[in-house]
Design a protein around this ligand. Structure first.
Ligand SMILES: [Zn+2]
Ligand SMILES: [Zn+2]
Length: 480
């Protein structure tokens, strides 16, 4: 665990719609401790909050980016304020000035920047600041608003030394992104001039991709390249940079308590929360797939071995209980799976087993057959993970031919297993291994004598059966 924090990643953006979950998983597999998503426009606020609800290690800033302030009003500031109420909103941002693109008149940019700074102070939240070719105006507004209560970071810092020193003077933090790794970068002197307790790292995904991935889409798992570059410039160990920048981020955004809190909550309860919380019901399923199986049918075929265990009671003998088992009977079947809410899947299945043992053993001319229809619920502990574990339980309808007599009985089933997710162009393939037990709900009284040689002459028998089924299913969740 290297514990890096990507303090600025726009992973709510469309370019991640196809593979957002995998990309996030990659980041945490690469040892990231947290990701902060700064909002840039109200259109995506819900989507961002939804991500925060679904991943314990994702936090966000709320704000209006200077690119999007042209038509903003006080109502938009009010909206930022409302969203900032959410416990995982840890900053106001991304806000600032951008005179390079000039998407909005400078006066409006300045006004909205200032209003959002005031809001941040009111809410006691730090700010995430964007600045492009607007050093002078940005610094003067920050200085005017700095009354000792303003905290924040100048993200993707690319200005000169003089701007850096002025920003440091008014208590600002500095974060660096992929451009410090570029061959032609002149930012080394700047990086070197920032005190170690004021530096943070970020990717600014999907932009600013660091070397060696330059030219590709950026993503949070690449944040390590920025930390490596800072380590090189400051002549430190990589691990030291990870620890220091993360500590700085935790302090500025007051993450420590939150990280402890949200890491303690397992993915399981998080998913349940996402399902039952009022806010999340209004989000469109299409925007962010809640889990890979969500709202689609999976079709599965399986092979199993069916061990039928019979408990026998002989009416005409005292102390006449006995057990026999027929093991290793091949079983075949199919299943349908449907995810109703994130961690709960409904599964319906059919299984067929033919048991030739009575013929082989020479005490019957007919095989025993077992057909089991089941409808079960699967509770999945970590539905979004590559390998997910589950428990299963439900009802069975069991139709048997035993000793030539047909009988149908209701039973129940219980089991446990794990599933592996393999995404392909044709949908998701999910090899699933599970062990299931099916119990008959009622014993079966046969009028005939048992024909097993061992019990010949013992008279009529009552049989109560259950079935042990280790099974291997391949589910296919087609892409629609
Ligand atoms: Zn920015
Ligand atoms: Zn940004």
């Amino acid at each position: 665990m290297i514990g890096l924090i990507d303090t600025h990643a726009h992973i709510d953006g469309d370019s991640f719609d196809e593979d957002r979950h995998d990309m996030i998983q990659r980041a945490f597999d690469n040892g990231l401790e947290a990701i902060i998503i700064p909002a840039i426009e109200s259109k995506n606020y819900d989507k961002i909050i939804h991500l925060c609800d679904n991943y314990p290690q994702i936090y966000c800033g709320m704000g209006i980016h200077p690119h999007n302030v042209a038509n903003a009003t006080d109502l938009d500031i009010e909206l930022v304020k409302q969203y900032a109420d959410h416990k995982k909103v840890i900053a106001i941002g991304e806000i600032g000035l951008d005179y390079y693109y000039d998407f909005a008149p400078k006066e409006i940019q300045k006004e909205m920047f200032r209003k959002q700074l005031i809001l941040a102070k009111q809410l006691d939240l730090p700010v995430i600041i964007h600045n492009r070719e607007s050093d002078k105006d940005l610094l003067s507004i920050l200085k005017e608003e700095q009354d000792g209560t303003l905290n924040g970071v100048l993200h993707c810092f690319s200005s000169d030394l003089d701007t850096l020193y002025q920003a440091l003077d008014i208590n600002m933090h500095i974060s660096f992104t992929g451009n410090i790794t570029y061959k032609k970068s002149t930012l080394s002197d700047i990086v070197k001039a920032v005190p170690l307790d004021r530096i943070m790292v970020e990717t600014d995904s999907p932009f600013m991709t660091p070397v060696p991935h330059r030219g590709k889409r950026n993503e949070p798992s690449f944040v390590k390249y920025i930390a490596e570059k800072i380590a090189e410039i400051h002549d430190l160990q990589f691990e030291q940079v990870c620890t220091m920048t993360s500590n700085t981020a935790k302090k500025l955004f007051r993450l420590s308590m939150l990280i402890v809190l949200f890491s303690a909550i397992t993915g399981f309860s998080q998913s349940i929360y996402a399902q039952i919380s009022d806010d999340s019901t209004e989000y469109e399923e299409e925007i962010i797939p809640q889990n890979p199986y969500s709202r689609t049918f999976g079709i599965g075929i399986f092979v199993a071995t069916n061990t039928a265990i019979e408990q026998l009671t002989f009416e005409q003998r005292t102390n006449s209980r006995s057990t026999r088992s027929y093991d290793g009977n091949a079983a075949l079947g199919f299943s349908l799976g449907y995810t109703i809410i994130d961690p709960i899947m409904i599964e319906a299945g059919y299984l067929y087993t033919r048991n030739n043992k009575p013929i082989e053993l020479g005490y019957s001319t007919l095989p025993n057959t077992y057909e089991i229809f089941n409808i079960s619920m699967r509770a999945i502990a970590n539905p979004r993970s590559k390998v997910a574990f589950f428990a299963i339980g439900g009802l069975s309808y069991i139709s048997n031919t035993i000793l030539g007599e047909i009988r149908n009985v209701i039973g129940f089933n219980a089991g446990a297993g794990f599933m592996v997710q393999i995404p392909t162009d044709y949908g998701i393939f999910v090899p699933t291994a599970e062990w299931r037990l099916d119990f008959e709900g009622k014993e079966f009284r046969t009028g005939k004598e048992d024909i097993d040689r061992k019990f010949k002459g013992w008279g009529p028998v009552t049989i109560n059966s259950f079935y042990s089924l280790p099974k291997l299913t391949i589910f296919w969740y087609p892409k629609f």
